[in-house]
Ligand binder design. Structure first.
Ligand code: MEV
Length: 422
């Protein structure tokens, strides 16, 4: 019997295989688990090991393709990485229903990221604010020297803003470095700039700088997408009005808005993940943006056009890139970008916003009509079948019977599998 401990000194120095052995001993894992984790699939252990710390394996997530999307007049296949059933199908359905009106139109507000430098310990914050603003040219030079490659690609420092905030520990003077990060998500670029500028801000003002980090509320990098769904394509005015009532609900009630936006993010995060981008950065930005008025609300807007058709739009921060991080190092992410055929981060962000809007349309339509469970259950039933041990043909057989019985439950699935196996 091994004594369980979370102290494994030197674990980080070992290879993934050696770590797996150690963890297997510590956690009492059997041989089957060892060979399961030892198979890292299409992400080589060495690559995974260069991405994060203490790697012992990889976690596969299904990669699906959403069809039917027309974005800015172009047919686009959308790779989506998600563990949730119905998410890919929802995008396919929503996109099919707006092909007749031309699909989605997208735009970006820009590719500007913000880095914040927090200055404390100044008794005259208004004075310090002006001192910092006076050094705009110096700050520009420091930022651009920090990342000459970005400047070569047309990016770099664009502006500064200085805000005074009243904290419990006293006033703080917060400098925003506004930086065009072009096709990079830009976290590394702007964080390095903030770290380079901070000591100078302290020197000019006589204060002390603490935090030097990007803001995930990337509200200078808003992705926009819109589409029209004709009454004919969606099944009439009653469906449209149900979707509008659902939107109204989300817009006045944060309890509903959280779920409404979760649906949007089902689509958004799946493409962000498939392309190796930072899901948490995009999620944090989305939710902060949804709360910008002081009340958390909907990321999407639904209206009726002059002909009575349903129009949908979405605007949200979307800090994604094509270079750097896992977008380059993860081979599957690179393939996902090839499938999308995107050449710029702006295009990728626009596509992701369109997917978020499509996802929201599909969820609201289902909720306002048949309910979400009907579509969900068919795929969920397959999950349940796999969970009770069905393999090969058995999976579909068990799933179909679960749906036919209207009881998509583990206990029922076990009984069906037993009787299938005689
Ligand atoms: C489920 O993952 C997402 C939904 O709850 C979204 C929504 O309610 O709008 C269906």
């Amino acid at each position: 019997m091994t004594t369980k401990t979370s102290r494994i000194p030197g674990l980080h120095k070992l290879s993934p295989q050696e770590r797996l052995q150690k963890v297997a001993e510590a956690a009492g894992l059997g041989d089957g688990v060892l060979s399961h984790l030892g198979n890292t699939g299409n992400l080589e252990a060495a690559t995974a090991d260069s991405m994060i710390e203490n790697v012992i394996g990889t976690l596969n997530i299904p990669l699906g393709i959403a069809t039917n999307m027309v974005i800015d007049g172009e047919e686009v296949l959308i790779p989506m990485a998600t563990e949730e059933s119905s998410v890919v199908a929802a995008v396919c359905n929503a996109a099919r229903q707006c092909r007749s009106t031309g699909g989605f139109t997208t735009a970006m507000s820009g590719s500007l990221m913000i880095a914040q430098v927090q200055l404390v310990g100044v008794s005259n914050p208004e004075f310090a604010r002006l001192q910092i603003l006076e050094h705009k040219a110096d700050i520009q030079a420091i930022c651009d020297e920090t990342d000459p490659v970005l400047v070569k690609h047309g990016g770099g420092f664009r502006d500064i803003e200085v805000r005074i905030l009243e904290g419990r520990t006293g006033p703080m003077v917060v400098t925003h470095l506004v930086v065009d990060t072009r096709d990079a998500m830009g976290a590394n670029a702007v964080n390095s700039m903030a770290e380079a500028v901070a000591p100078r801000i302290a020197e000019w003002t006589g204060g002390r700088t603490y935090l030097r980090i990007l803001s995930n509320l990337a509200d200078r990098r808003l992705a926009r997408a819109r589409a029209t769904w004709s009454l004919e394509d969606i099944g009439g005015a009653e469906v449209r009005d149900g979707i509008l009532a659902a939107f109204d609900f989300a817009d006045i009630d944060p309890y509903r808005a959280a779920t409404h936006n979760k649906g949007v993010m089902n689509g958004v995060s799946a493409v962000v993940l498939a392309t190796g981008n930072d899901t948490r950065a995009v999620e944090a930005g989305a939710h902060a943006y949804a709360a910008r008025s002081g009340q958390y609300g909907s990321l999407t807007q639904w209206e009726i056009d002059a002909d009575g058709n349903l129009t949908g739009s979405i605007e949200m921060p979307l800090a994604v890139g094509l270079i750097g991080g896992a977008t380059r190092s993860h081979p599957t992410a690179r393939i996902a970008l090839d499938i999308l055929g995107v050449e710029t981060a702006d295009r990728l962000a626009g596509i992701i916003a369109a997917v978020g809007l499509a996802q929201n349309f599909a969820a609201l339509k289902a909720l306002a009509t048949t309910g979400i469970q009907k579509g969900h259950m068919a795929l969920h039933a397959k999950n349940i079948a796999v969970m009770v041990g069905a393999v090969g043909d058995e999976i579909d057989k068990v799933a179909q019977e679960l749906v036919a019985k209207g009881k998509v439950r583990m206990d029922v699935a076990e009984d069906i599998l037993k009787s299938l196996r005689g």
